[in-house]
Design a protein around this ligand. Structure first.
Ligand code: MG
Ligand code: ZN
Length: 216
């Protein structure tokens, strides 16, 4: 039996939500309405985020990269936590609704590309276009964009001990089937509302400390 860690990126590995930071800096004001549509669920994540990116001219792509590379802050203890999971022989996958052009560079040297599952942005046309390599399978009708339950069905073995680390509603479905949930932000109240056992955390040092005390 092996242990498998599935970890969210935006707001979990990083301090902030990077799509919001990017839009706030570069998008015209229409993005706010799209964001609100996603939050109040009149738009699916795929529709809302896809339309937000279509507001960004492709010829500025280097500026988007530089901006995020210079502003993204990793949550305290992440690198140390990663080393601990490696020394325990745990499988560690990042499952993210973020975009490859910022997720991959930030994790370079820490997480191998084959352990990163996220969306792709195509900058070959006039405006940015998100492609969705991990769209919902037949079991999900949520139009997630990056469907975490779909990815979990593909990569998590039923015999694995599953550890889920996350901060929001997109982590909730896989949290339901996890053996251990580490939660921050909105994921805490979602777990509380449905009675799902979880361990609140603020830094990855909290998670490391908790893992030392339990047999996972
Ligand atoms: Mg998140
Ligand atoms: Zn889905």
């Amino acid at each position: 039996m092996s242990t498998h860690v599935i970890c969210d990126f935006d707001g979990t590995i990083t301090e902030e939500d990077n799509i919001i930071a990017l839009m706030r800096r570069f998008a015209p004001p229409e993005w706010v309405e799209l964001k609100d549509g996603v939050l109040n669920q009149t738009l699916s994540i795929r529709e809302g985020v896809g339309q937000m990116f279509s507001l960004l001219p492709s010829n500025q792509q280097e500026r988007y990269r530089e901006f995020l590379q210079s502003t993204i802050t990793l949550r305290a203890g992440f690198v140390e936590f990663l080393q601990e999971t490696q020394s325990h022989g745990f499988r560690f996958d990042v499952v993210s609704g973020g975009m490859d052009f910022f997720v991959h560079p930030i994790l370079e040297g820490h997480v191998a590309p084959e352990h990163i599952f996220c969306n792709h942005v195509d900058f070959s046309r006039e405006t940015a276009r998100v492609t969705w390599p991990y769209a919902c399978d037949a079991h999900c009708s949520n139009d997630c964009g990056c469907c975490k339950p779909t990815i979990a069905r593909q990569i998590v073995s039923p015999t694995d001990t599953l550890i889920v680390i996350g901060d929001s509603v997109t982590d909730f479905e896989i949290a339901k089937r996890a053996d251990v949930v580490y939660a921050r932000g909105q994921l805490i109240s979602l777990c509380e509302a449905e009675g799902i056992r979880h361990v609140p955390f603020e830094t990855f040092y909290d998670i490391s400390a908790h893992m030392k005390g339990v047999n996972v």
